[in-house]
Design a protein around this ligand. Structure first.
Ligand SMILES: [Zn+2]
Length: 609
């Protein structure tokens, strides 16, 4: 047994007065008013989902009616009536759980006693929980008493399902709908309790519990108890996540942002790190659907998203980065992926397959990504002088079980590749490369940088503001050194993705020209943030101009992909020797979706997440 003792908190912190009740202000106000005015109804009905405080309010009301100090909205809590009610041994408080007590004769006997005056208190209070579970004859027995209630009887009914209560009963009750606890109210209450109990906690753990409690304060408190026991007296975010099997939403944002940028390899890499941490992919898909739902809401009406929504800023950014159709589709795919997860060879395969689908089935061309509503106007203004071969919209061909249709949000180099492609069985690492696509790519690569890359010169104007190291950085700036210099920059989120997917095309005075693949176009709006980081870290004040180019020579992403592909070249070779695969390739014109993202332009970052 934990010395802290399981469940103590939930019981100890059960509200004993209207003042300490969290949430349900509307109910408290009405009841307080009625008690103060002595305008008492003889039957109350509290409705609401489980754990929102129905029976808690019922007990407080019982005290308010029976407190030795008189009928009051503020029962004293110390008189014998109050303490006996709190302890659950007040003779005139009759609590019935209709879920376990539906027999009509028991009900009838209980109600027959109603005619007798209370033994001890002012009122005989009947609290009937889950009242909708009563049988019809039990309802009828109760109805008789409800129709002509003795002066000293009060009924407090509670239910999660008011629809199942006969209208004859409903019409005789004063009804209050209890609201689900908002996460913010739960978090605030937990924080208060933890402070009062002097239990060390990480603030980030609270919304996780709040979310898992699904609006029920009781569940939140019992989860809190479990989490404290699990954490041996402390409350740490990591432990709470692990106890609840919830996913750090950061992973899901990383994945969706990578997919938005057309960077499937990055998305898969993130899924792999989730796998390493043994995260539950079922929850991941559920959470991803929640995230996409919020993103869609944000796109439709940003104000709908409450300020207290966890990670609101990142949702707003995501909403600006994705077009609405993509969000709708990804949402569907997440739902279906979750439904089918048990059929998948393993959860990781099922999860990554969902990501592949999100990547492949983007409904519109890259161009439409820039039509995202709201906060990405800069993306639209992005100059695109390069042959803007917008990737083709998705063909309508419905995919067979293994055929993967043409991805549209990425793979800019594959303009010549038309062969149907086949996804091989889930290999050690998941797979996006195409044997066929390597050819044109290799040709482009030997041509070197596709467009002239003016030798950048250090910017003398900035020298004054820089110390030796940044000046050296600036002097080293060239298309060849750009990727390795980018690695030295401390960047995060979209500006990091922008830098990693870019190549240096030129440096003219303080104007830095970067080239990005069409798939990275939505990231262009983060150029100012990147410029700020460069100024802060290299001491070089610059403006960044973004050009979209069909093929890029050297980016961090391409280097990462290359490195990755080298590491897996052996696996690739093995696959190439496989007679079955070869037969597929030669006999059916299939091309290989191999074991690695060995397509250098397939952006991939192996940065930690
Ligand atoms: Zn009292």
């Amino acid at each position: 047994m934990e010395p802290m003792s399981y469940q103590v908190l939930a019981r100890k912190w059960r509200p004993r007065s209207f003042q300490t009740l969290v949430g349900q202000e509307h109910v408290v106000r009405a009841l307080t008013h009625a008690l103060e005015q002595q305008r008492l109804h003889h039957a109350y009905l509290f409705t609401g989902t489980r754990g929102v405080g129905k029976t808690t309010i019922a007990r407080i009301l019982a005290k308010a009616l029976n407190c030795d100090t008189g009928i009051t909205a503020q029962p004293c809590g110390v008189c014998s009536a109050c303490t006996e009610i709190d302890a659950g041994r007040f003779v005139d408080l009759l609590e019935v759980d209709a879920a376990t007590n539906t027999r009509v004769d028991e009900m009838r006997q209980l109600l027959e006693n109603a005619v007798y005056a209370p033994t001890r208190g002012r009122f005989k209070v009947y609290v009937i929980d889950e009242v909708h579970m009563l049988s019809n004859s039990a309802f009828n027995a109760m109805l008789k008493t409800l129709e002509e209630p003795p002066e000293h009887v009060k009924f407090i009914l509670a239910t999660t399902d008011p629809q199942k209560i006969p209208p004859t009963v409903l019409s005789r009750c004063l009804q209050f709908n209890l609201k689900q606890m908002p996460i913010s109210a739960i978090c605030g209450h937990l924080e208060h309790i933890l402070g009062a109990e002097a239990i060390p906690f990480e603030i980030g753990a609270l919304p996780i519990i709040g979310q898992a409690a699904h609006g029920s304060m009781r569940d939140a408190l019992s989860l809190l108890d479990q989490a404290i026991a699990y954490g041996a007296g402390t409350l740490a975010e990591v432990q709470v996540r692990s106890m609840l099997g919830t996913i750090d939403q950061g992973y899901l944002f990383d994945i969706l942002e990578a997919l938005a940028a057309g960077d499937l390899a990055q998305a898969i890499a993130t899924a792999e790190s989730m796998l390493e941490r043994s995260l539950a992919f079922d929850s991941a898909l559920e959470d991803m659907a929640t995230l996409l739902h919020r993103t869609a809401l944000c796109q439709a009406a940003p104000d709908v998203l409450p300020e207290t929504t966890p990670e609101r800023a990142r949702i707003v950014a995501l909403a600006a980065l994705l077009d609405r159709e993509s969000v709708q589709l990804a949402y569907q795919i997440a739902l279906i992926g979750r439904r089918d997860l048990t059929l998948a060879p393993d959860p990781f395969a099922g999860f990554t397959m969902a990501l592949l689908r999100m990547h492949a089935f983007a409904p519109s061309s890259t161009a439409s990504l820039t039509e995202a509503p709201g906060e990405a106007p800069t993306a639209r203004r992005t100059p695109a002088p390069a042959p803007a071969t917008v990737t083709r919209p998705l063909q309508a061909t419905p995919p067979g079980p293994v055929a993967v249709p043409k991805p549209v949000m990425s793979k800019p180099v594959s303009t010549v590749e038309t062969a149907p492609r086949v996804l091989t069985a889930p290999a050690p690492t998941l797979a996006v490369a195409r044997a066929a696509a390597v050819q044109p790519l290799a040709a482009e690569k030997t041509n070197g940088p596709a467009s002239p890359a003016p030798k950048p010169a250090p910017n003398p104007a900035a020298d004054a503001a820089t110390d030796a190291a940044p000046a050296a950085t600036l002097a080293m700036l060239s298309p060849e050194t750009w990727p390795s210099l980018v690695r030295t920059l401390a960047l995060s989120g979209f500006s990091r993705q922008l830098a990693e997917q870019s190549e240096l095309a030129g440096l003219d005075g303080s104007r830095l020209t970067l080239r990005i693949p069409p798939t990275a176009r939505p990231l262009a709006s983060y150029r100012d943030r990147l410029a700020t980081s460069i100024e802060q870290q290299w001491g070089f004040r610059c403006t960044i101009e973004i050009h979209v180019a069909e093929s890029l020579a050297r980016t961090v992403a391409s280097e990462n992909a290359e490195r990755r592909s080298n590491a897996l070249a052996q696996a690739q070779a093995t696959l190439d020797r496989d007679p079955f695969i070869n037969e597929l390739v030669s006999g059916f014109g299939a091309t290989i979706e191999s074991v690695a993202p060995d397509q250098p332009s397939e952006p991939h970052s192996d940065a930690e997440d």
